[in-house]
Design a protein around this ligand. Sequence first.
Ligand SMILES: Nc1ncnc2c1ncn2[C@@H]1O[C@H](COP(=O)(O)OP(=O)(O)OP(=O)(O)O)[C@@H](O)[C@H]1O
Length: 682
Amino acid sequence: MALLRFLVSVSWRGIVFAVVAGLIGGAANAFLVTQINSVISPKPDVHGNWGTFALTAVVVLITGLASQVILTRLAQDAIYRLRASLGSGVIAAPLEHLERLGAHRLMATLTEDVRTLSQAVSAIPSVCIDVATIIGCLTYLAIISPTIFAVQVGATLLSILCVELLATRVRELYRQARETDDELLRSFGSVTHGIKELKMHRDRRTDFMNRHLLGSARELRDKNITAGVRFSYAQGLGQLTQLATMALILFGLAAAMKLPLEQMIGYVLVTTFLSMPMQNIMHRIPDLLRGDVALKKIHRMELSMETPHDETTLGGADRLPVTAAHIELSGVHYSYLGDQLPAVPMGPPPGPGPDDLDQAGPLPEPSGHPQPDPNHNGVAHPGLGHPAPDHNGVAHPGLGHPASDRDGVDLTDAGHPAPNHNANPGPGHQAPAHNGPGRPSSGPGRDGRRPMLGHKGPDGRGLPHHAPAGIHPMAGPGERAGFHLGPMDLVLQPGQVTFIVGGNGSGKSTLAKLLSGLYLPQSGTISLNGEAIGHHNIEWFRHATSAIFTDFHLFEDFFGYLRPGIDDEVNRLLRQLQIAHKVSVHDGKLSSIALSQGQRKRLALVTALLEDRPVYLFDEWAADQEPQFRETFYHEILADLRRRGKTVIVITHDDRYFHLADQLIKLEFGHQESLIDALPPS
Ligand SMILES: Nc1ncnc2c1ncn2[C@@H]1O[C@H](COP(=O)(O)OP(=O)(O)OP(=O)(O)O)[C@@H](O)[C@H]1O
């Protein structure tokens, strides 16, 4: 049973101690029976006296207590370890794995499975003691009458077989019920996240309740009832077998074999002693079955301790962070695998090196995508008159940030050769030639193709673009078999602001996750300062970027900022970002995060600016800002980051500000449509 294996994996020594103690207790119990038997038997035995009885009772109590204490500790330790490993398992699992699982499955496991397992694991101590008592009693039975013992054991095995046969079906029902739990949690998620929409629309609410929430709840109830009833049948069958055996022995075997009275008395005593532990075990079996199902579910989620792709083992965390980031993407592809849970987890490849990137997952065929123009491999231009930054880490203070103490770290010292950024300087160290006075769409891109901008709705946001022939207009070319991004070839330089634009679903956020190291490419290479990124250095790569994603999360505490004076730093940034009147910080804890979306985004920006990393990535950050602060963001904050030599990536639909980019990357259906250097002002 998976449950037992799990307990043994927590502490086999504890199990052995508890079982030994339980067995001694069981033997002592059996000895108690012999003493009782010796008193009431027609042939009294010298064994039966006060002293022996008291001593045996003490042994029974002590061993039972010892076994119970050991197993209770073991059970609680197992539950603690399970919670800890599930919590860190979630954090350690690759993002794409968690996204495939979905929040509802994670919540179901973290709540339901842990609760079920707690019950099952808590049941194990008493079951172990019961088993030991049964073994002891049956041993005594074997001594007083091998015949009765054989019949009793045969009948017990028969009832175990009956229960097991029915339990297989019951286990399957519990497994199905567990899957329904996921659906129920999904419905509860819709209730909590969609409460406004449900309150506003009665028919939607009724339909949702009937078909989703109540539907899942009913299914769950029915499955649990069926399982419970089936198990009651199994219990009844087991009891029937035991009673039939008793009848057979008392009324058939005793007379037929002329069994002596003392043997019969011994048998009756033993069965009396056996009935309690037997019943207890029967009552605990459903808990154990559910626990088994929960444990298997956890294993299937690949979040448990045995998870083979634990990201906590990823390399690069101990390396000094870079102070200037030159990021290059070459032939990068990424495909979503769909909603299916992978049969084989996407684990780190066996050895470090650039080849890792090819081994990290299946290599998707870039079906239907034209090959990239080789010119895309060219080095991008800092452009717009901004001086090329010092790649060796000279940071440029701005926005009131003190120069980081990481400044000036020589990568060579850290054991990594500093990349030769001048090897292919291209025209990037001059002000780029503009494409003319018009919008980006008015001139050709560097690959000679006309950039395809201008697909926007009345609000200026991107709209789905016209799909290539033969493809449904609402689905990207890759979406027939899951979305496909790539090939991506681009260079992001320090002191350069790159805008990533494109229609909804064109792959901008997917690209952002690749650029920030949350996803690894399935083929192609991402490099940081000339070093190819793989599992061996992904943590190092991630530490180069401060990112604010569209679905960012705000922590009330500034976790991980143990430096003194953090409150002053935060309060200064709060004032600069004009939210000091709404929120303040004390002992590294924000006074409130109950703010508007725009204000929350400013708080996220505070956190990002505190990190002072060489790469800044903003995924539609300005979308919720008032026009005035949007201006501040595009004209002041981005300009300041550029001045400080940061590599800035901005995903945006704000075409009013496209001219502020040094480089503009246009995505369409996951394909890099154009790469345009510095844009003319509008
Ligand atoms: N976790 C995921 N699993 C499967 N498919 C996904 C996942 N995330 C995104 N996709 C798909 O990938 C495509 C690109 O999504 P992405 O979020 O990168 O687009 P986007 O350009 O950022 O869109 P928007 O402008 O609307 O934010 C979409 O078609 C989406 O359905």
